[in-house]
Design a protein around this ligand. Structure first.
Ligand code: F6R
Length: 589
C-alpha cells in the first residue's frame, strides 16, 4: 500500500526522505510527495509518478529543513493526480500529513469539518486527518491532546504522520504498520524497516493506537488516553539494507535467480522451531490453511501434502473469504497462515477471526517483525531477504520449501525433501538455464489475448500461480484451470488463437494431461508443455530437469512460469517490478 516516512534530527531531511521513499516504493507507486519544515514554514512538493521521475522533475531532494515527512501512494480514494498525492495540508498550511490505510468515516468527518469552515483540496479520505488535527490544535495549542482527540475520531485502519510548522513530527497507527528508527542524529518514523535500515538497525515497533510525538530532541510514546508507555528497542537484521539489483535489469529477475540459494538454506537454522510447529500441527484436530494470492497457492500445496502424506486433516480457505466460513473452527483447530509481508489485511483479519474462535495460530512469514508474526502463537521465517518486485517469486519457493520441510518432518522423511534438497537446488539452477529459450517463447506469445495454464493434483496450484504471474506482470488475460475441469466448460473458450500451457511433469497425472492436450489441440490451440518428458502433442516444449522425487516438482515447475511472465512483461513493455494498480503489501481490505 502507501509508504510513509518521517525524520527529525540534525541532518538535512529532504535527501533522506527521497532515499527512504525509493527503498519503500514497492509499497505503492502512483505518486510521491514530501514536506519539510524550514524556518517555521512547511514546504510541500508532490507529483504523479515514481520517486525517481518526480524527484527529477521537482528536485525533491533540494528542500531545506531538518524535519519532514514523505509518502508514496497507492490510490484508494481519489484518482491518481497531483492534488490527491500526499502530503496533505490543513487550511492554514501550518501542518501537513501523510497517511496509509482507509479512514472509513471520512465522509461524516468531512461534513462536520466543512460545516466548521474547513476547505478540502483533495478527493482523498486522508485529508480529513490534517483538518481534524488543525481543529483540535486550535483549541489548546497542544499537539499531544490534539493527537488523542483526532485518533479517537478516526474509524478504520490507518497509520499517519503529521509535520507541524514548529518542527514537531507526530504519528499514530491502527492496524497499519508504523515503526521508529533510532539514529544518533535523531529519529525516523516509517511504515517499513526498509525506510531507515540503511541508517540504523534499532527499531521501536509501535503498538496499535500508540501515539508518538517527536519534538526538539525527545521522543514520547503514549497510549490512546495519553499515558506515557515504554516500547522496547528491537535490533533488526542489517542484511535488509542490501537491496540493489546487482547485475540484473529488474528486481523481479534478480529475485527469480536467487531461488536456488534460498531453497538451499531455508529452515536449516530453525530446526527447533520446526519441531515446535510439528508438535502443534500433530496435536490439532483440523489444520486450516490460509493466505492471499501467491501465498494462498502455497496453502493449497500445503493442504495437499499435509493431508496426503502427513495424514493431518487440513482445509484451505482464501483469507478474504475466511470470515464467511468460520464454522468448524474451535480450540482444537490450528490456523496456519502464509504471508510474505505479514501485513496483508485479509490475512490478519482471518487470523484474528480464528483467534476469536479459540484456534491456535501458526504463521510462515518473511518479515519476522510483521504484525502477523507478532500475533501468531508461533511463527517461522522464510528468510529470503526483502522481496522488492511486486510479484511474489522467491518468497513463494521459500514458503513452499519450508512447508515441504515441515511436512517431511511430520512424516519421518517420507516426502524426501530433506535428503533430496541438494538435487532440488541443482535442478533449480538447471531450470534457470532455460531463460533465453523462454525469452524466445515470450516473443512468440507477445500478441496472445488469452493464456490458459492447466495442471492436475499438486500441479494445479502451480497452474493458478503461473496464470497469476502472467496476468499481473504482462496484463495478458491468463487463467489457471484444473485440467480435469476443461471439458466442464472452459473448452468452449479454446480456438486457434488460444495458448495453453500444461504443467505436466512425468508422474501419475501425466497421461491424463496428455489426453487433455490432445482435446485442446483438436480445437486448434497452441500447446506449451512444461515437463521433464517431451511429447509430440506439445507445439512448444519447456524442459525441466528430471528428479526422482516427483512430489517436489512444484518447486521446480513454477520457475519457467515466472521467467515466462517476466519476459512477457518486457515484450509487452511493462515494468515487471511495478505492475500497474498493484502494491506489494496489501494492507487494506
Ligand atoms: C502475487 C502477489 C500477491 C501476494 C498477496 C499476498 O504475485 O504478490 O498475490 O501474494 O498479496 O501477500 P503476502 O504474501 O504478503 O500476504
Amino acid at each position: 500500500m502507501c509508504s510513509i516516512i518521517g525524520y527529525k534530527g540534525q541532518l538535512i531531511v529532504a535527501p533522506l526522505l527521497v532515499d527512504s521513499l525509493k527503498r519503500m516504493e514497492y509499497r505503492g507507486y502512483d505518486s510521491v510527495g514530501i514536506a519539510t519544515i524550514n524556518n517555521g514554514k512547511i514546504l510541500v512538493k508532490k507529483g504523479v509518478g515514481k520517486v525517481l521521475d518526480v524527484n527529477r522533475r521537482l528536485d525533491l531532494s533540494n528542500m531545506g529543513g531538518h524535519a519532514g515527512i514523505g509518502h508514496t501512494r497507492w490510490a484508494t480514494h481519489g484518482s491518481i493526480t497531483e492534488k490527491n498525492a500526499h502530503p496533505h495540508y490543513c487550511c492554514t498550511d501550518s501542518m501537513a500529513i501523510v497517511h496509509n490505510g482507509i479512514i472509513e468515516n471520512h465522509r461524516v468527518l468531512m461534513k462536520e469539518l466543512i460545516d466548521l469552515g474547513h476547505v478540502f483540496k483533495s478527493d482523498t479520505d486522508s485529508e480529513v486527518i490534517a483538518h481534524l488535527l488543525e481543529r483540535y490544535y486550535a483549541e489548546q495549542k497542544n499537539i499531544k491532546s490534539s493527537m488523542i482527540k483526532t485518533c479517537k475520531r478516526l474509524k478504520g485502519d490507518y497509520a499517519f504522520v503529521a509535520a507541524l510548522e514548529d518542527g514537531t513530527i507526530c504519528g499514530s497507527r491502527c492496524n497499519e504498520p508504523l515503526m521508529i528508527g533510532s539514529v544518533d542524529t535523531g529519529f525516523f518514523i516509517s511504515s517499513d524497516i526498509l525506510g531507515f535500515i540503511r541508517y540504523t538497525d534499532k527499531a521501536i515497533f509501535l503498538e496499535n493506537r500508540d501515539i508518538v510525538v517527536i519534538d526538539s530532541k525527545t521522543l514520547q510514546i503514549y497510549d490512546p488516553d495519553g499515558n506515557p508507555v515504554n516500547r522496547s528497542l528491537t535490533q533488526v537484521a542489517w542484511e535488509l539494507a542490501a537491496i540493489d539489483k546487482g547485475k540484473y535489469s529488474h528486481y523481479t529477475l534478480k529475485e527469480i535467480h536467487e531461488q536456488p540459494f534460498i531453497v538451499e538454506k531455508v529452515g536449516v537454522q530453525n530446526l527447533d522451531k520446526i519441531e515446535e510447529f510439528c508438535n502443534i500441527l500433530r496435536n490439532s484436530k483440523t489444520v486450516f490453511l490460509t493466505g492471499s494470492g501467491t501465498s494462498y497457492h502455497c496453502a493449497l500445496i500445503a493442504k495437499h501434502i499435509l493431508s496426503n502424506f502427513a495424514k493431518i486433516h487440513a482445509e484451505t480457505m482464501i483469507s478474504s473469504e475466511f470470515q464467511y466460513t468460520l464454522s468448524g473452527i474451535d480450540n482444537t483447530s490450528v490456523l496456519l497462515a502464509f504471508s510474505q509481508s505479514g501485513e496483508t489485511a485479509d490475512v490478519l483479519q482471518a487470523v484474528n477471526a480464528a483467534k476469536r474462535m479459540g484456534a491456535k495460530v501458526l504463521s510462515i512469514v518473511n518479515v519476522p517483525t510483521s504484525s502477523l508474526a507478532r500475533i501468531s502463537d508461533s511463527f517461522l521465517t522464510i528468510e529470503c531477504g526483502p522481496e522488492i518486485g511486486v510479484a511474489a517469486t522467491k518468497s513463494f519457493t521459500a514458503q513452499l520449501s519450508l512447508t515441504y520441510m515441515i511436512v517431511d518432518e511430520l512424516c519421518n522423511g517420507y516426502l524426501g525433501f530433506k535428503i533430496n534438497r541438494q538435487i532440488l537446488v541443482d535442478a533449480l539452477q538447471e531450470a534457470l538455464a532455460a531463460e533465453n529459450e523462454i525469452h524466445g517463447i515470450a516473443e512468440k506469445l507477445r500478441d496472445a489475448r488469452d493464456i490458459y495454464v492447466l495442471g492436475r493434483s499438486i500441479h494445479y496450484p502451480i497452474a493458478l500461480e503461473g496464470a497469476l504471474k502472467i496476468k499481473e506482470l504482462s496484463y495478458i488475460h491468463a487463467e489457471g484451470i484444473a485440467a480435469g475441469e476443461l471439458k466442464h466448460g472452459p473448452l468452449a473458450l479454446i480456438d486457434v488463437n488460444s495458448y495453453v500451457i500444461i504443467v505436466n511433469p512425468n508422474d501419475t497425472t501425466s497421461d491424463n494431461n496428455i489426453a487433455s492436450a490432445h482435446e485442446i489441440k483438436a480445437r486448434g490451440a497452441t500447446i506449451i508443455g512444461i515437463s521433464n518428458k517431451p511429447d509430440e502433442v506439445y507445439d512448444i516444449f519447456i524442459k525441466i530437469p528430471f528428479i526422482k522425487c516427483n512430489i517436489i516438482y512444484p518447486i521446480i515447475e513454477v520457475l519457467p512460469l515466472q521467467i515466462l511472465a517476466y519476459y512477457l512483461s518486457l515484450v509487452k513493455n511493462v515494468d515487471p517490478d511495478y505492475p500497474r494498480n498493484l502494491a506489494k503489501s496489501v494492507t487494506v481490505r
